[in-house]
Design a protein around this ligand. Structure first.
Ligand code: 13P
Ligand code: SF4
Length: 317
């Protein structure tokens, strides 16, 4: 006889009971599926998730996001158990910057300060002076002298954007996110022409030609805030589609149109890694207390400093 799969409601009940039993807290990124976003105790962009993890009281953190987010939480809270629903949930941007190669790049420029985006492995963070997210990159880069020599990795698009808004020429690592680089500039411009009243919201991991179409450029939290506070009632959204759930929940009267990817046959505006997490895997990880995120203690010790530096330099706007 075929085994029936659990219903969403029964999974939610099981998760609530296990969460209580384990003394756990569920954190979720805006790119998670709607059902995970709805069940999470905390939801936010990478910066908010790092800040919340740094102050959390619970002994067990379930990080519904991607692996670098779990690592960041573990590095900030080494005594806590950090679980992730699917240990295969990586990040193409973090993967575009292998630690060994980044180390050679850093060693070739010994007089440079190293600023790394949070979308990196713990090993890359261990080679870094200060970590940034898309929510605080400009603010943190601005704390350095105008003529400071800086390496910025790994996202070439965010790096280019920060160079352009700060008038700098930081040395960039040539990495990128497979989701944010796939939006079509031509199709987004056509969409904007069809909806001239729509505001265009763009994540800074997108390419420069797409950013030129933007009314607002920022992290997922910045784009969400703009959508909520704007008097406009239509928005074209160029970032991973998970954010649309929050936008539509917070502004049910407004219209949100996902920016089209170049290939209209693919679901390219979905991050396949983020979408590996499901309610069922979330239930399983609380039930099995696995997979657990671990970070080598030597690497964690080194990676903690640039993350703490970020939290110190970043205002709580
Ligand atoms: P945010 O920091 O804007 O949430 O972005 C995280 C991310 O992975 C973007 O692709
Ligand atoms: Fe990484 Fe891109 Fe997915 Fe964000 S959307 S987690 S940068 S692969």
């Amino acid at each position: 006889m075929a085994v029936e799969s659990p219903t969403v409601e029964s999974l939610k009940k099981e998760i609530a009971a296990l969460k209580k039993q384990r003394g756990a807290v569920i954190m979720g990124h805006y790119y998670q599926t709607a059902d995970i976003q709805d069940i999470a105790d905390y939801i936010g962009d990478s910066l908010a998730l790092a800040r919340i993890a740094a102050d959390i009281k619970e002994k067990v953190i379930v990080m519904c996001g991607v692996h670098f987010m779990g690592e960041t939480a573990k590095i900030l809270c080494p005594d806590k158990i950090v679980l992730e629903p699917d240990s295969e949930a990586g990040c193409s941007l973090a993967d575009s910057c292998p630690a060994e190669e980044f180390k050679k790049f850093v060693e070739a420029h010994p007089d440079h300060t190293v600023i790394s985006y949070v979308n990196t492995s713990a090993a890359v963070k261990a080679l870094t002076d200060v970590v940034v997210t898309s929510g605080n990159a400009k603010e943190i880069v601005d704390t350095f002298d105008k003529d400071a020599k800086i390496i910025f990795g790994p996202d070439r698009n965010l790096g280019n954007y920060i160079n352009s808004v700060t008038g700098r020429s930081m040395l960039l690592w040539d990495g990128a996110c497979h989701v944010h680089e796939k939006f079509s500039v031509e199709k987004t411009a056509q969409l904007k022409a069809q909806h001239p009243d729509a505001k265009v919201l763009v994540h800074p991991e997108c390419t420069n030609p797409l950013r030129l179409l933007a009314d607002c450029i920022g992290s997922t939290a910045v784009l969400l805030k703009y959508a909520v506070e704007s008097s406009a009632d239509k928005f074209i959204v160029a970032t991973e589609s998970g954010i649309l759930h929050q936008m539509r929940s917070k502004c049910p009267e407004k219209t949100f149109i996902p920016a089209p990817p170049s290939d209209s046959t693919c679901a390219c505006n979905e991050c396949a890694y983020m979408k590996l997490n499901t309610l069922e895997k979330l239930r399983n990880c609380l039930r099995d207390m696995a997979p657990e995120v671990t970070v080598d203690s030597h690497i964690a010790q080194k990676a903690r400093k640039p993350i703490e530096k970020m939290l110190e330099l970043s205002s709580k706007k």
